[in-house]
Design a binder for this molecule. Structure first.
Ligand code: GLA
Length: 503
């Protein structure tokens, strides 16, 4: 069957199901079977589009299976029904994503952030998308960018959907006045929720939060900075805004015309159509489109480390690729992300980097020691340094962490090696060889109490070769005695040294 007849057949089946669902509801209302399709209002996007939630429920006794569809996501869930009460869980979650009651002919439920009364009437169908045949694989030539891990700022971690032109200009100003730009943080990256709608020619515009993207890019460039933007290979982004599916070349040209220097390309929305086997060709499509755009645009893949991205990320033209799910501003999340990226170490190098997600330093939910460890680990693993805090309002401590030039130099070392840890009880030692023969080493105290840590020449394979050593957080020289150096490390803190060698 061709795609049109498949769609027609699907619609016939849908109408049949809706009718059946209504039949079940009306005829078994007393038995309170909630099988059927339900619709509820969804969020209103910043581009004026109104989303809707479609709950396709199937009740079998007390068991409930569901598909929750919004404009950008199709989410399977499972759960239960007890009397009039129902609960739905996603994956291995222990807290329900949706919980509510059948009230008359309505489902009244709570999602993570809103309480919605759902009319018991079938929803309109969502648009269906053709499964575009992904292109054959080939190697996309390198764009020559990101010889060292990209550095800059990204809006998502702190501002989320509240990012706008004024904030981005303010951040750009602060990148200069705070010294961030001069320390190497040059990319100012707008994440999701900038998008408007497509015009009759299919050109993607911005929403009212970004009245003139070209003017914003000019402003950012006038400060000696670069501007980054965000899209998805799917029809919708993670936050459900229009994305680049079937508009790859057109969008790349739009970005180039605006003066964009960096694209983060986020998989989420592509899941509505594709599976992980399509990752490489779809990322390749945008890699080619960026090269043809007429502008040098750094290419950041964001697909959470799926499908062994480290093996093909550089082949599709990627300069960095996420190795993990989203970071949160807490110790466990930060450590989980950096440890998940350990197996990818051999794939990091000039031009192409593993990305354990953006920095949370300064967002307020970790201690200063934890933020120092965060910065140290990202530097030791040659990870991109994309600040995620409000650069306009940094405390002196946060500033001193993000602007620690000795630690930044470890991250930006030309050799581009990614450290991996050696574990010993609560202590984790990460060592990174540097281009001048020195070794950067960090010992992290994972434990709940202060402890002493010893760095040994032999652990660094530098027996008898240590010339000098420098503590990169106290900024003091330290001395190895009898082939080792011992210091106190606070809980969740780090001891980080640069150890220079004799020849
Ligand atoms: C995903 C990404 C995040 C961010 C959001 C935006 O969750 O992993 O980094 O870009 O989407 O919607």
């Amino acid at each position: 069957m061709n795609p049109k007849s498949v769609r027609l057949a699907m619609n016939v089946i849908r109408v049949f199901l809706l009718t059946t669902a209504f039949g079940i509801f009306t005829s078994t209302a007393r038995a309170q079977n909630i099988t059927g399709k339900w619709t509820a209002p969804g969020k209103v996007l910043d581009n004026g589009e109104k989303d809707r939630q479609e709950l396709d429920l199937h009740q079998d006794g007390t068991k409930l299976t569901a598909t929750i569809t919004t404009i950008g996501h199709i989410t399977p869930m499972t759960g239960s029904v007890t009397g009039t009460h129902f609960e739905l869980f996603q994956g291995k979650d222990t807290k329900p994503r949706i919980a509510g009651d059948l009230v008359g002919r309505e489902l009244h439920f709570t999602t993570s952030n809103q309480q919605i009364a759902v009319p018991a009437k079938p929803g309109d169908d969502y648009p269906t998308f053709d499964h575009m045949t992904p292109p054959a694989l080939h190697d996309v030539p390198s764009n020559g960018l990101a010889k060292t891990p990209p550095m800059g700022w990204n809006s998502w971690n702190l501002f989320n959907n509240r990012v706008n032109d004024e904030i981005v200009r303010g951040i750009a100003d602060a990148m200069v006045t705070s010294g961030m730009r001069d320390a190497g943080y040059v990319y100012v990256n707008i994440d999701d929720t900038w998008e408007g709608v497509r015009d009759a020619q299919g050109n993607l515009g911005t929403n009212s939060k970004f009245p003139d993207m070209k003017a914003l890019a000019d402003y950012v460039h006038s400060k000696g900075l670069k501007l980054g933007i965000y899209s998805s290979p799917g029809p919708r982004t993670c936050a459900e805004y229009p994305a680049s599916y079937q508009h790859e070349e057109q969008d790349a040209k739009t970005f180039a015309a605006w003066g964009i220097d960096y694209l983060k390309y986020d998989w989420c929305g592509a899941r509505m159509i594709y599976t992980d086997k399509d990752l490489q060709p779809l990322y390749q499509l945008m890699g080619d489109a960026l090269l043809k755009s007429g502008r040098s645009i750094l290419y950041s893949l964001c697909e959470y480390g799926n499908g062994k991205v480290e093996e093909w990320g550089a082949k599709v033209g990627g300069n960095l690729w996420r190795t993990t799910g989203d970071i949160s501003d807490n110790w466990a999340s930060m450590i989980r992300n950096i440890e998940l990226q350990v197996p990818t170490a051999p794939y990091a190098g000039p031009g192409h980097w593993n990305d354990p997600d953006m920095l949370e330093i300064g967002n307020g939910h970790m201690t200063d020691d934890e933020y120092r460890t965060h910065m140290s680990l990202w530097a030791l693993t040659a990870s991109p340094l994309l600040a995620g805090n409000d650069i306009r309002n940094m405390t002196p401590v946060i500033k001193s962490i993000l602007l620690n030039r000795e630690v930044i130099a470890v991250d930006q070392d030309a050799l581009g090696k990614q450290a991996t840890p050696v574990k010993n009880g609560d202590l984790e030692t990460w060592a990174k060889p540097l281009s001048d023969g020195a070794v950067a080493v960090g010992i992290v105290n994972m434990g709940a109490t202060e402890t002493t840590a010893t760095i040994k020449e032999s652990d660094l394979k530098l027996n008898g070769k240590v010339k000098s050593a420098h503590d990169l957080w106290s900024h003091q020289p330290v001395t190895f005695k009898n082939g080792e150096y011992t210091a106190t490390v606070p809980s969740h803190g780090v001891l980080m040294l640069r150890v220079s060698t004799k020849n």
